[in-house]
Write a protein that binds this ligand. Sequence first.
Ligand code: GUN
Length: 353
Amino acid sequence: MAAASTMFSDCSPSSMTARLLPLRRIHIDSTLFRSSISSPPLPCRRTISSAFAARMSAETSAKVIDGKSIAKQIRDEINIEISRMKDATGVVPGLAVILVGSRKDSQTYVRNKKKACEAVGVTSHEVNLSEDCTEEEVLNSIAGFNNDPSIHGILVQLPLPRHIDEENILNSVSIEKDVDGFHPLNIGRLAMRGREPLFVPCTPKGCIELLHRSGVEIKGKKAVVIGRSNIVGMPAALLLQRENATVTIVHSYTKNPEEITRQADIVISAAGVANMVRGSWIKPGGVVIDVGINAVDDPESHRGYRLVGDVCYQEACTVASAITPVPGGVGPMTIAMLLSNTLSSAKRVLNLK
Ligand code: GUN
């Protein structure tokens, strides 16, 4: 872990103004916290206590958990394993990605997933269906991939258009190819003691991998997960529990989210609200994993916006012992875990260790 060096100006007392207007919420593999969690959605606008301001002015102490470099290391490991697999069996892992509609954010994620596949030697197959396609067309596509032995993983990019029943779609993916880990059987096994899911959802798995690879002990620790989405919050809480943490979920109806979060040794935030988690929410010495990727207005950026997390990074840096940046924290781990799940699936089929 490198020492925190990049400081965002967002949360400094002088800049806690309406300057930080969220332009739009980008749906990045995670975060659908639909409420304002009992405090304003733009928390960096609030004034901060003088004690906290004094602490903020002290030197930054948190280590940066560098997701970008950890993800690269994982991709390199996967690449080596795939080369060996190819030499030994002639087979490489295959991933099928189904994209319905033309959401720009989903198109970007799918493009990035395909690029990452190519780089490590996973063959990728993409199906693009129009926004107004029928549920049957999606189900037919999935059935084709379920029966194709060259495909080891199937991913249906979410969200789907409203007229398509997400539950039906996710139920139809073979659990042996469910590299997203969203099939109810895989989620059910994740929730039950003594059961093993074949796959674990990629973003939460990436969060746990970041903690492991950064030497953060989870067992016996108090953990708070902010957000309870099916994609991130809920499975993240289940995973932390499997790691023997004592887990609390903070959500839109939670009373005193700040007080509860401040008790946590480990915070995983997947709320999707820019800078919602202030430094005062963090226990001194706590570890912060920020899943949020939120666009905020930034006239200084050539795009007119920039990406920030759920956690007010500058403040949290002065309190936490370690923190993931946004971007460059959890984001790159999601794709690395997708590749890892696809490789495991191929290994299972080939009976390789
Ligand atoms: N949309 C946002 N995150 C995800 C994810 O992890 N998997 C899929 N399939 N769709 C998503």
